[in-house]
Ligand binder design. Structure first.
Ligand code: EPZ
Length: 416
């Protein structure tokens, strides 16, 4: 695990180019398992979760290589053994269930343990597979799913789960007949995977709306594709400008994908201007407090909750935030308090009184977005902070320290 050394209280300015979306790229890599042939994926972020997923695909017999800007996937025969330790290390690997059930008729995945942001069960995924004719057994710490032939079903989700929507979409691409997913997740990454699968020859409509229809086809081929920009990385850098009182520009973004954040920071006093693929922000001298609840898309994204709380420490007054998506996503707040933040967690809500003068401290990142929040707070703190456990941050942010340095931050990585 490496650590970051941060010298705070330097305002960030300048322009940063946003990478491809982690939470799309990981799923497109898995979706390729449904097809055959050579895929070229552009705008794939070089983050450790992508490397981990590449390991899962290689273990399944896929040839994965990278050149300067793209990932090359060559899919021919698939061997259905997902490496257990990799599956346990990354939640996104449960997405292989849909493709392997569809292609091989059986799949084993490690039952996901809880993680630092909640219990994260798979009941919605499994109920959908069972409705499509799969049988699911628990063998030790594994789920074993079998389905000689998946059949289309009319499935209503109890909750618009992103992963379950993607898993069922993928399983349904070659099922017998039509599958309907009702109360589907509407995230931009769902729209991306629909476009990718249809490029492979699938017949899917409705992604981005609550009802998705998938007509089963006989087989899928290959396609080239460019991953959408990462809306959560974009929001994280936008908030880095804001917490340091700077002004800057995000390149290669889709502003509407973070509309709730842009509305919120504008209400806090920031001046935000959007164009086709860019966002500029100017920080106000005084940040107003806010109240917000996280929601499935198109609501305020849970993946920007920790970063928002860090910014709230600099707002003048009391801000309140409700975490309504995950059941335990405030672990990072005790680290913020080490910097001097005035943060109180009460069940699924957090209250933050500001502005507080933050002073550098030694911090430990426990998860990806909580770690990003600690970096943001350290950028605003007086003096030096040390952030341990930056491997969590590296899962979702490519070269974060180099990009922040290019914006005027003083942050260096020390390998431990
Ligand atoms: C995806 O996770 C993202 N990860 C998460 O981003 C993101 O926070 C989440 O969607 C919500 O937007 C990837 O795409 C790799 P869910 P996922 O299924 O699919 C409960 C990040 O920081 N639930 O929509 O796991 C679940 O426990 C990560 O990049 C069930 O109860 O999210 C959670 O409380 C963190 N049963 C809520 O639904 C199920 O079967 C949302 O989960 C499935 C989910």
């Amino acid at each position: 695990m490496g650590k970051f050394l941060v010298e705070g209280q330097r305002s960030l300015n300048g322009s940063v180019r946003i990478n491809g979306a982690k939470n799309s790229a990981l799923k497109l890599m898995v979706a390729a398992l449904l097809g055959k042939g050579s895929f070229r994926l552009e705008n794939v972020p070089r983050i450790t979760d992508v490397d981990t997923m590449a390991g899962v695909l290689r273990a399944l017999g896929v040839d994965v290589s990278f050149d300067s800007s793209a990932m090359q996937l060559d899919v021919s025969s698939i061997d259905g053994h997902t490496p257990k330790e990799l599956v346990k290390s990354m939640r996104a690997s449960v997405q292989v269930m849909g493709p392997l059930l569809a292609r091989l008729g059986s799949v084993e995945v490690a039952r996901p343990g809880g993680c630092n942001i909640g219990s994260r069960p798979l009941d919605i995924h499994l109920a959908g597979f069972e409705q499509m004719g799969a049988t699911i057994d628990i063998v030790g710490d594994m789920y074993v799913a079998r389905a000689p032939r998946l059949r289309g079903a009319d499935i209503t989700f109890r909750y618009p789960s992103v992963g379950a929507t993607e898993n069922i979409m993928m399983a349904a691409t070659m099922a017998e007949g039509e599958t309907i997913i009702r109360n589907a997740a509407r995230e931009p990454e769902i729209v991306d995977i629909q476009a990718f699968l249809n490029g492979m020859g699938a017949d899917i409509r409705g992604a981005g709306t609550p009802i998705i229809r998938i007509k089963g086809v006989r087989e899928l081929g290959a396609t080239d594709f460019s991953v959408i920009p990462d809306r959560i990385e974009a929001g994280t850098y936008l908030l880095a400008f804001l917490i340091t009182g700077g002004s800057g520009r995000l390149e290669n973004v889709i502003p509407e994908h973070i509309a709730p954040l842009l509305e919120l920071v504008s209400a806090m006093g920031a001046k935000v201007v959007t164009q086709e693929r860019t966002i500029t922000i100017e920080s106000p001298t005084k940040l107003k407090p806010f109240q917000v609840s996280t929601r499935p898309y198109p609501g305020f994204p849970t993946d920007l909750q920790p970063q928002m709380v860090a910014v709230a420490t600099q707002a003048v007054g009391r801000s309140e935030l409700e975490e309504a998506v995950f059941d335990r996503r405030f672990g990072y707040t005790q680290e913020l308090c080490k910097l001097g933040a005035d943060v109180t967690v009460n069940r699924s809500s957090v209250a933050i009184d500001g502005p507080t003068r933050l002073t550098g401290a030694s911090l430990v990142a426990g998860d990806l977005r909580g770690g990003a929040a600690l970096v943001l707070a350290a950028l605003a703190a007086e003096g030096q902070s040390v952030i341990h456990g930056v491997a969590h941050v590296d899962r979702g942010y490519e070269s974060m320290e180099e990009r922040l340095e290019s914006l005027g931050a003083k942050i260096t990585r020390i390998e431990e």
